[in-house]
Design a binder for this molecule. Sequence first.
Ligand SMILES: *Cc1c(COP(=O)(O)O)cnc(C)c1O
Length: 406
Amino acid sequence: MYKDVLKGIQDAGLFKQERFIHSAQAADIEVEYPAGSPLKEVINICANNYLGLSSHPEVVKAAHEGLDTHGYGMSSVRFICGTQDIHHELEQKVTEFLGTEDTILFPSCMDANAGVFEAILTKDDVMISDRLVHASIIDGIRLCSAMHDTFKHSDMRHLENKLQLHHDQRLKVVITDGVFSMDGDTAKLDEMAVLCEKYDALLFVDDSHASGFIGKRGRGTHEKYGVMDKVDIITTTFGKGLGGASGGCVSGRKELVEMCRQKARPYLFSNTIAPPVVAGVIKVLEILSANTELRDKLEKNTEFWRNGLTEAGFVLKDGDTPIVPVMLFNAKLAQDVSKDLYDEGIYAIGFFFPVVPQGQARIRTQISAGHEIHHLEKALSAFIKVGKKYNILGKTKQEIIEMYGM
Ligand SMILES: *Cc1c(COP(=O)(O)O)cnc(C)c1O
C-alpha cells in the first residue's frame, strides 16, 4: 500500500531527494548529486550557517577539547545523571547572551517547542499564535491542553481582537517566530509587546532564525525591536547561526524555565546534548560576545546580495534579514532555475507548494558571514546568467506569472 502512496508523492512532484555533501558545511562544499555522480564543488547559499560557524576553527577546536575533557556522551537524561558542569555553564551563558533570567537546554528547538507549552499552561489558558509559525510550534500547541487560536500573519489589529475575545482566560500567551524562515520578515515585537502589556498576556518568541545575528549585538529580534525585557519566553536552536550542530533551549522568566525543568517531557525523557556540542556552543557564545565582527560582516554581505539581485532585476521579498527569497512564482520554474544554478556551481534550492503557498514558488537564498565577496559575486553572475536564459530580469510578478503560470 505504501508503494502507491510513495508513487503518489513522486507523481505530484513532491518527492524529497537528499543530496550528499562530502565536505564540512561551509561556503564552498563538495556535493554528490544525483547520487552516484562525480563530486562537484559548489558555493552554498542555502544553509542556516548564518555566521559561518559550522566549521569555524575555534569552534571545532573547542568541541575537540570538550570531547577530551568531558567525553563523547552522557548516557542519561539531565535529571538522572546527564548534567555536567558545562551544561550548567552553557545555560548561564545563553541567559547572559539573550538577556533573560534563566535558561534550560533541550535536545533540539523542536523539543523545546514540543515541551514548553504543555509544561506551563493548563486548559484554563489560551495560546494565540501567528498563522505562519514554525511546524515545531504547531506540534507543541497540539500537545498542550490549553485553548488555541490564531491571528493573521503579523496583523496587529487581528491580534488585538483575539486578545479582547479571550480576555477572561487565566493566562494568555502570544506566540510568534522572531524571523519567519520562508519570507525572511521579522515579527513586530515592539507592537506585540505593547499589546501584551495592555491585555496582560505573555509574549513567546521562537528566535531560531535570529539568535546570534539579528539586532546590533546579535542578541535577536527582541534586541532589534528594543524589547529585550518584554519578552517572557524565547526558544531558539543551536543548529543554525549558533554553530549549526544541534540542541535548543527555552530562555526567559525564571519560574517558567523552572516549570520546564520540572515538567517538560522532551527534557525529562530524552538524552542530554552531547558534551562536545555543549563545549562548541559555549565557544560560539564567547566569540559572539567578544565583538560583533561576524554579525556585522553578515549584514554587509546581505546588503551586497540584496542590492545586487535588485539591480539585476529580480523580484525579491522585502526585508533586511539574511534570508533573501528570489521569487519565481511557478514551481517548475523554481526547480529549473535551481538546477541551472547548480550547473553554474551555485547550490540553492527551489521551494514550492506545500512548503510555501501555491503560486509563491521561489529560490530561498541565505547569506552567511562565511561568504566572501568573491563567493557572492560568482553567485550573482550565475543568477544573472540563468535569469537571462528564462527572460525574467526586470520583469514584474505579473509578467513572470503570464510567461510561466502560477
Ligand atoms: C529550525 C527551527 C526549529 C527547529 O530547530 P532544531 O533545533 O533543529 O530542532 C524550531 N523553530 C524554528 C522557527 C526553526 O526555524
